[in-house]
Design a protein around this ligand. Sequence first.
Ligand code: ZN
Length: 368
Amino acid sequence: MFSRDDLQQLAEYQGQHAILSLTLNVDPTRRTKDEYRLALRHLLHSVQDRANGDAALIERFFESEYDWSGRGLAIFSSQKENFWKVYSLAVPIVDSIVLGPKPYLTPLANLWDVYGRFVVGLIDKQGARFIFVQMGEVIDGEGILGEEVRRVKSGAGSTQTGRRRNPDEPTDRHQNEVIKRNMKDTTQALQQFCEKHTPRYVVLGGNTEVVNEVRAHLGQPWVERVIGAIAGDVSDSDQVIRDRALKVVEEAELKREFGLAEAAITAAAKNSHGATRIDRVLTAAHAGQVQTLLVAEGYKSEGYRCQQCGYVTMVPGAQCQFCGGAFERISDAVEATISKVLEQGGRVDIVHGHTALNELGVAALLRY
Ligand SMILES: [Zn+2]
């Protein structure tokens, strides 16, 4: 299981030698095994001349150890530092390979933001079940059971006695009070469960009427984090509930990323707080303007880096315009941009499947 501590440890990694970071989407619903192998071969090939030993280690791992379980995989290898870490993930991840002084954490950090923590609540009139999911794995669960509610609705349930029920009858009023009490307890329990786990998203499911009632009384900030509803029953298994909720979370995240990509592209077109294409985004990043960087999945670009001050550009002059240093050609201008943005406290999102962004490569929302 991949935890926040793992992310922290990788972020704190210090080594004298370069480290190879690989992430691979192995989601069986998205690709066949042959497609992964091909993607893997392309990724390893792109670093072979620079990371020979580590690329070979990874190749060997896939040949002999890996069981193709999970939906995502992250590997960090530095043979010279004797550093080797493999994380099998319960959620899909983008493909990436980066050789650098530090582990390349954007894809994992991104995943953590999305799937890191969410709570699912299945609710009915009598009780509820909550699960807490971290990086796609069910970590905690809790059930609450209130007072039993006998069926009082008109229809099949009420014909048992052979007579029509009047909703104002005392027994019905009693039942409604029981339901009300149960919902109050459920809302309180959900509130506490959220406070314990601090989820980024909350997904609710079950009886629509009751769900709406609970939602109406759920406090901040959790009510704002409710992103959707799933069908389900309190008695469904954790895995079934998790899988349904994952779909809702994935959709919400895709919507969020697409919204950001569109906002950035529109802002760039209007020349207001937006930039597109690597050359302009690089200029903005160098000026510390980038708040959110959107990178089309798989986009790569060559560029030039000043050997003296580190300035990266697509159009090098004879010498660096900032320090007069000489430029060297680099194969990973996108990666350099990502590091720059992260260093400046900006956010980076790798976006999967956005047509306009795929054509542009990168887009950014600017601070000013
Ligand atoms: Zn320079």
